[in-house]
Design a protein around this ligand. Structure first.
Ligand code: BDR
Ligand code: CA
Length: 338
């Protein structure tokens, strides 16, 4: 992880050859797997977290910001952390402590962080940084898309100001998790998810459950990490114990799915996945299917047939399909063991 300010895609002291870094704005709702994603990013030489914004989701936005500060302090990073949207655009707040624990970190949040949140909102921070660094920053969104949608509304040119956007959310060809049809991030703000998918980002990678459900660690991987003793590994093991317990109760097997860490890894190295390009929308009115990703998966030319309005005319999204799971799990293990 790069700790100093540097000019991004260029060289800086310490690199013998030109170093290429991915400069990230992180939008997150920590959240056990969000915390693990921050730890993953912190361990990578080619990543710089420029700023963090919290969003409602797994826990309320204010609690998520404090959790982000806690994890960043553990990994000795100090980007500004702003508090983001406190509620979704068009529905009441719903959080997911039943998955992530009352404190969002599986009961392991510990004492308050030493640092404090930065002034301003997460959406304003995205806009300010994107304007100041046109074409340079990758926005990695690991929670509901409320802040990103607000940023698009504040700055309609946002799609051309960002280098790329990587979103963890949705379920395109597989079942949902929080409902049979929707993943938690899209379900927690369907209007925001639909707005972002239709905003015209030229490079939008969607790391949906289709990809993340492949990134599941089991007993052996968890046991190997549990052998490692260090402050960071101890924290990761505590989080994974909690998460594993949830999965055991839910699915009857000791495992956990590394949703947000996989999205973080793909943001740094898109070659970890193969993609299918398609325009996407989000179901906003379905009685049972609100928050579901809507796509036209027919192999026919849909022009000649009735089209779904949801994706029609929209810029295609790169949906991660195949994942190099062994490579990702090795990277993840290495990141958490130090
Ligand atoms: C997503 O929902 C949250 O619970 C996780 O942090 C992840 O971002 C998975 O559907
Ligand atoms: Ca998350």
């Amino acid at each position: 992880m790069i700790t100093s300010q540097h000019p991004g895609l260029s060289s800086w002291p310490g690199c013998l050859v030109e170093c290429h870094s991915v400069r990230l704005i992180l939008d997150t709702d920590p959240g056990v797997d969000d915390a693990l994603a921050i730890m993953y990013l912190a361990a990578q030489e080619d990543a710089e977290i420029v700023a963090v914004g919290s969003v409602h989701g797994n826990v309320p936005a204010a609690a998520g910001a404090l959790n982000a500060l806690r994890v960043l302090e553990l990994v000795e990073l100090a980007p500004p952390v702003t508090v983001g949207a406190a509620r979704p655009l068009a529905q009441p707040l719903q959080t997911a402590e039943f998955v992530h624990g009352e404190d969002g970190l599986g009961g392991h949040a510990g004492p308050p962080p030493k640092g404090t949140v930065a002034p301003g909102s997460a959406a304003e921070q995205i806009v300010r940084l994107a304007r100041a660094n046109p074409g340079e920053l990758t926005l990695l969104a690991l929670g509901p898309l409320t802040n990103v949608a607000l940023a698009v509304l504040l700055e309609p040119d946002l799609p051309s100001l960002l280098r790329s956007v990587v979103v963890m959310g949705g379920a395109v060809t597989v079942p949902g998790n929080i409902t049979p049809y929707a993943d938690a991030n899209f379900y927690h703000d369907p209007e925001a998810a639909d707005l972002v998918l239709g905003a015209g980002f030229p490079e939008l990678i969607l790391v949906a459950l289709d990809a993340t459900e492949q990134a599941r660690v089991g007993t052996e991987w968890l046991a190997a990490l549990a052998e490692v003793k260090s402050p960071r590994a101890d924290f990761a093991n505590n989080l994974l114990d909690h998460y594993g317990q949830f999965y055991s109760n839910m699915f009857g097997e000791h495992s956990c799915t590394l949703h947000d860490p996989l999205a973080a890894a793909i943001a740094l190295d898109p070659k970890l996945a193969g993609y299918r390009k398609m325009p996407l929308g989000v179901e906003l009115t379905g009685t049972h299917t609100r928050g579901q990703v809507v796509s036209d998966l027919r192999s026919i030319s849909s022009d000649a047939y009735i089209s779904t309005k949801a994706g029609a005319g929209r810029a295609p999204v790169k949906v991660a399909e195949s994942v190099d799971v062994p490579a990702f799990l090795d990277l993840m293990f290495a990141a958490l063991k130090d």
